[in-house]
Ligand binder design. Sequence first.
Ligand code: F6P
Length: 343
Amino acid sequence: MRVAMLTGGGDCPGLNAVMRAVVRKGERTYGDELVGFLDGWKGVIDGTIRPLDVEAMRGTLPRGGTVLGSSRTNPFKIDGGVDACKESLDRLGVDALVAIGGEDTLGVAAKLHELGVRVVGVPKTIDNDLSGTDLTFGFDTAVQIAVDAIDRLHTTAESHHRVMVVEVMGRHAGHIAAWAGIAGGATMTLIPEEPFDIDEVCEALRRRHAKGNYASIVVVSEGATPTEGSMTLQTGEVDAFGHVRLGGIGARLAEEVEARTGFETRQTVLGHVQRGGTPTAFDRVLATRFGVAAIDAVHDDAFGQMVALQGGDIVRVPLSVAVGTLKTVDPSIYEVAKVFFAG
Ligand code: F6P
């Protein structure tokens, strides 16, 4: 079989590990020829591919990013984009496609499958907001990076008796913030799922600092929002999937906290640092399991399915389920974080 892969959307530690596993099992067990489309769906539209064999993937297990490149191209938003995709797949003799991506990339895969494209999905996003899977690879790495940063911020915050606002990624769901907040011992964690009241945030910080020589760490998800009318926010550009480019809540929050409480406050935006560099051991294992399962799914004709982690097992779920609704933070996790708020 000629099997093609693509990586779409924001890059994520573990992408190469998935492809390495697809290639290894595809080539050695099934005798497949593996190729990769460059830069996500853009490569499918343009018909730009490169061969991916075991030799090409050597040494890539610990390497962040993606050897194929990525983009946020949406063929359904480009005139003739869908036809161009189908034409490329036919012309290049691609028998099956493995699409590795988040809600946008897999949303395109789901629609193309309805149009007859033989595609299997692999769930990727540091945001961990895809339904149908307990975890996406890349999330564990992003949380670890955020926790390492928070650990460092604690000591400088304590030295200066400051409030440190740490902005982490997560535009619609606060998984990174919730986990990093718990693991990093945050004073408060603000997530998109629960709009925050700036008065309450400041009051909690005042109570905490009144107890003595205190410092505080406030972890805020980039998509967190204040309750209506309580604080103004900036808005950003919109991408091909209609997402606003976020960033800025950390700065606004730090400004507001300092103005309202008088506590010296600084902000740190972790940004794309959370997506870069080597995957954790957990993500390498998860990505490898997903890759092996994806090529097995191809050979089982399980098209229109996404491989997923459920209760420790690798299973298959329809792509439509994975992209149907966003997986938000389980309230019970946020309740755990709250136990430690401003204590
Ligand atoms: O891939 C998900 C994500 O990292 C989000 O957490 C973040 O909002 C977005 O991508 C940033 O996108 P870009 O890399 O296009 O700035």
